[in-house]
Design a protein around this ligand. Structure first.
Ligand code: BG6
Length: 508
């Protein structure tokens, strides 16, 4: 049973979005982990799918002393490991590696930027350049300023740079973007002195995930859900990103950040924005980002005591992960302080105080070394009126719910009640949608989409300066509420996290 839709009724939005254009992609930190694991494999896969324009050139910029040949061969090795089994044969790889060159330089050394400027001006190089900061956040400002000093920035070109068909200069910035609102504001100001805001692309890789992009499509390309998408029909919304691994070798970074800065400030808050935002006036990037900022501005500043009641933080102790591997206590992980009070788990109950959602709790939860690997948004609908089934069954009648699974097993499930055959009995059933089914051929990774959009100059899936600052406002208040308070609760690695499981614990 079903509807005859396959292959017949697609509507291509290409006309509404921009096409990737050839550019020189300069990867600062070109020999680092991010470049090897994500950026270069994503570019290679874009070539395989025919999306990477022929003219794209890739310049690695790093401190290691090596030549083009050595750099290319290290990237081949990286692509073999991190392209998810993508085909790497001689011809295809040959075509890819001819795009790649290497510049050895210190991030703060003007001479190296002079060399870069020359390389970019060489015959055969595309007019556009994309500077990707895959370096430690302390160096973001240094690189941006050095680029501007070498004449490679775009600040002040403003509408001129937008109007010019070529010669664009864009800056891609990885997270974390600051460590609080004040530092994010300082960083925004520094970057904007070097690049026009429209040329600064702040990455939150969750926005590149197909299932996350689908939130907008699902909400606004259908007419049956949006009339229900408000406090009249929604009881609560749960947004979870649960991870089954501990922090592994990332202690050096993570111990200074914690779950709230590492995950809540960006990925979970972005999911909240996309779930709660109003329909944008158009599909234009600014129209979409304006609506996301409005959601953030509708979240109140809670007094300290209230924030403490609304939040929970935890830190894992030693345990057995779901993979079967043992996991040391967080405090015993490499590069973590033995008396660390950094949280590896956080939950926070927020309300979006606007006309549509006032009074609806949004519960955000994320943590490491938990019993599951799962990113999901659950929209819990109100029970039907007490007459008939609801009055009779009370809590035994499951409310309707919509689960949007971001990963793994991308898809959706809609829970509703049906009659159980053979008896006067009612019980839950569900409609399921598996996102990969029928889309096995091409299901791009987040970084593929984000790089293609960066080449197109489409900033929809990147974070605007005001979004970053507003998201920090929420996390700053939480950090301030926790400061000086009790340490995080301990939970065993491989377990469900601090005992608050499910909506019931919040009285939702
Ligand atoms: C990163 C965080 O931004 O996202 C990591 O720094 C986290 O701590 C990762 O593990 C999760 O991303 P994904 O795509 O694996 O869900």
């Amino acid at each position: 049973m079903g509807f005859p839709i396959a292959g017949k009724s697609y509507c291509d939005l290409n006309g509404a979005s921009l096409e990737p254009r050839a550019a020189a992609i300069v990867v600062f930190g070109g020999t680092g982990d991010l470049s090897r694991r994500k950026i270069v494999p994503a570019l290679y896969k874009l070539q395989l799918s025919g999306i990477l324009p022929e003219g794209v050139r890739i310049i690695g910029f790093a401190r290691r002393d090596q030549g083009d040949a050595e750099f290319r061969s290290s990237l081949r090795d990286a692509c073999e490991k991190h392209s998810g089994g993508a085909r790497i044969d001689g011809d295809e790889w040959g075509r890819f590696e001819r795009r790649i060159t290497y510049i050895r330089g210190d991030l703060g050394d003007p001479a190296a930027y002079g060399e870069l400027a020359q390389a970019l001006a060489a015959p055969g190089m595309p007019d556009d350049a994309l500077f990707y900061l895959a370096v430690s956040p302390d160096s973001f400002e240094t690189v941006a300023r050095a680029l501007a000093a070498a004449g490679l920035g775009s600040a002040g070109r403003g509408s001129e740079s937008r109007a010019r068909p070529s010669g664009s200069r864009r800056l891609v910035v990885e997270k974390p973007f600051g460590r609080d609102r004040m530092s994010a504001r300082g960083l925004n100001a520094a970057l904007q002195e070097c690049f026009d805001e429209s040329d600064i692309l702040r990455i939150d890789h969750y926005l590149g995930k197909e299932t996350v992009q689908n939130l907008l499509y699902f909400r606004f390309a259908n007419s049956i859900f949006e009339p229900l998408w408000n406090s009249g029909h929604i009881q609560s919304v749960e947004i979870e990103v649960l991870e089954s691994e501990g922090i592994g070798t990332r202690g050096g970074y993570y111990d200074g950040a914690g779950a709230a800065r590492d995950m809540l400030q960006n990925h979970l808050i972005q999911l909240l924005c996309l779930t709660a935002m109003e329909p944008p006036a158009t599909l234009d990037p600014e129209a979409i980002r304006d609506e996301k900022v409005k959601v953030l501005r509708s979240i109140r500043d809670y007094p300290r005591e209230e924030l403490l009641r609304r939040s929970r933080r935890g830190q894992y102790s030693a345990g057995l992960l779901s993979s079967g591997d043992g996991c040391p206590a967080y405090r015993d992980e490499p590069k973590v302080s033995p008396d660390s009070t950094t949280e590896t788990y956080v939950s926070l109950r927020l309300e979006v105080d606007n006309w549509r959602f006032a009074g609806v709790p949004f519960v955000l939860r994320t943590g490491k070394a938990l019993d599951r690997q799962l990113s999901e948004i659950r929209v819990n609908f109100r029970r039907p009126p007490a007459a008939l089934f609801s009055g009779w069954c009370g809590d035994a009648l499951s409310p309707n719910a919509l689960a949007i699974r971001v990963q793994p097993d991308e898809g959706m499930a809609l829970r509703f009640n049906v009659k159980i055959p053979g008896a006067a009995r009612v019980g839950p059933s569900e409609l399921r949608f598996a996102y990969r089914e029928g889309n096995e051929d091409y299901f791009p990774e987040a970084y593929e989409r984000l790089l293609a959009d960066a080449l197109a100059g489409d900033s929809t899936l990147f974070i605007r300066s005001d979004e970053a600052e507003e998201a920090w406002r929420i996390v700053d208040a939480l950090e301030a509420a926790w400061a000086g308070g009790p340490p995080p609760e301990s939970y065993p690695a491989g377990g469900a996290g601090p005992a608050e499981e499910g909506a019931e614990a919040w009285g939702l």
